[in-house]
Design a binder for this molecule. Structure first.
Ligand code: SAH
Ligand code: SF4
Length: 357
């Protein structure tokens, strides 16, 4: 987003989420030299300022001029929920009025915090077990809207986000250019290096290839969910576009281009994806990849008719599946769910909050 675009129609431009280059351009348009942009950059990203009033090394006059033309936050926090496990779910209002959710998680084995970011409002992929998929697709987020999710969480919580996963709403690789720009700004401005970032995709092959060409150091997570094309085609409809061989080849390309070990995500749906023979097929399929396998026990979601269509397998079935899959020689883990009590776990993000609910 350029500051020209943002100011069109008299709407003040929001600075949080902009790269340094964009801030320099904004400053130029305000008649300010580049060092003022660097001051703004430092206040917004290093010190987490949420208003110009806090920027005490700018003169009163400059602060007043800036406040007339611009705001610091891009996203408005509409609601926040706290889970019993400490997970926080945020509902943000975007310029234009649409809503997206982001989640802040902490894990007992790690002191650092992880933010789960949305890359689109809704999602067009339509996986049959995902609440975001049930919403349909509204629009892509801009890079600034992606970056400001982190800043807004930091401004609100006073905590520092160390890791980012693109596992909120949307399919990041159907918005790949803005996602790439946001990864760069997270590194250069927010201080979250690419090795602390994971991009999760339902398997958009051209997007995987595009990301490979960019040679970022982010972890790529593939939502495989079924080792056979038939089951996969049923639960991840977009997967019918590309054959399994083409998909596997694109993952190998990603590894060759970046040297980054992949993550294979696999949702466990009782009776649908958790059968022992599917675990064997999975072991065989991932055998040739440099990857870890992450099993995600199904989190219940309601479709548009209010039905929950799947069941989570028993703990025993989950473990049996993990044991068979581990015969591939890969590390196989079962994902620790966070925030289920506030619908903040994987696949549960859907923006249904209404004031007073
Ligand atoms: N669109 C991307 C990233 C968002 S979802 C993708 O699909 O990869 C992050 C992960 O949660 C994906 O692996 C997704 O398939 C999984 N997921 C979605 N709905 C789920 C549910 N109800 N229970 C468990 N995992 C789910
Ligand atoms: Fe979209 Fe991912 Fe949900 Fe599938 S799982 S509908 S790709 S957000």
């Amino acid at each position: 987003m350029t500051s020209d675009n943002a100011r069109a129609g008299g709407t003040p431009v929001a600075l949080s989420g902009m790269s340094l280059e964009e801030l320099i351009e904004f400053a130029r348009q305000c008649g300010l030299p580049p060092f003022r942009a660097r001051q703004l950059h430092s206040w917004i990203y290093a010190r987490g300022a949420g208003s110009f009033a806090e920027m005490t090394d700018l003169s009163r006059q400059i602060r007043a001029d800036l406040a007339e033309r611009a705001t610091v936050p891009l996203l408005e926090m509409a609601h926040r929920q706290l889970s019993t496990d400490g997970t926080r779910k945020y509902l943000f209002r975007l310029p234009g009025g649409q809503m997206v959710e982001s989640v802040l998680m902490s894990f007992q084995d790690r002191p650092s915090l992880t933010a789960c970011l949305s890359s689109q409002v809704g999602c067009a992929v339509g996986c049959t077990f995902c609440a975001t998929g049930f919403m349909g697709f509204t629009r892509n987020l801009t890079a600034a809207e992606i970056v400001d999710q982190v800043m807004a969480i930091q401004r609100d919580s006073g905590l520092r986000v160390a890791n980012v996963v693109y596992m909120g709403q949307g399919e990041p690789l159907l918005n790949v250019e803005e996602v790439i720009r946001s990864v760069r700004t997270l590194g250069e401005s927010v201080g979250i290096g690419q090795r602390h970032i994971t991009v999760s995709t339902s398997g958009i092959v051209p997007g995987i290839r595009r990301l490979a060409r960019e040679r970022l150091q982010v972890t790529l997570a593939l939502s495989l969910h079924a080792p056979d094309a038939l089951t996969r085609g049923q639960i991840v409809p977009v997967s019918r576009k590309w054959g399994t061989t083409e998909l596997m080849d694109s993952l190998k390309e990603y590894y060759q281009a970046t040297g980054r070990r992949l993550t294979i995500e696999y949702v466990l749906l009782a009776g649908v994806t958790d059968r022992p023979e599917q675990a064997e097929m999975l072991a065989e399929l991932v055998g040739g990849l440099h990857c870890n396998v992450n099993l995600i026990p199904y989190n219940p979601t309601r479709n548009r008719s209010g039905e929950v269509c799947y069941q989570r397998p028993s703990l025993r079935a989950q473990q049996r599946f993990a044991e068979i899959a581990a015969r591939s020689g890969k590390t196989v883990t079962i994902r620790l769910e966070r925030g289920t009590d506030i619908d903040a776990a994987c696949g549960q993000l859907h923006n249904t909050y209404t004031a007073g609910a």
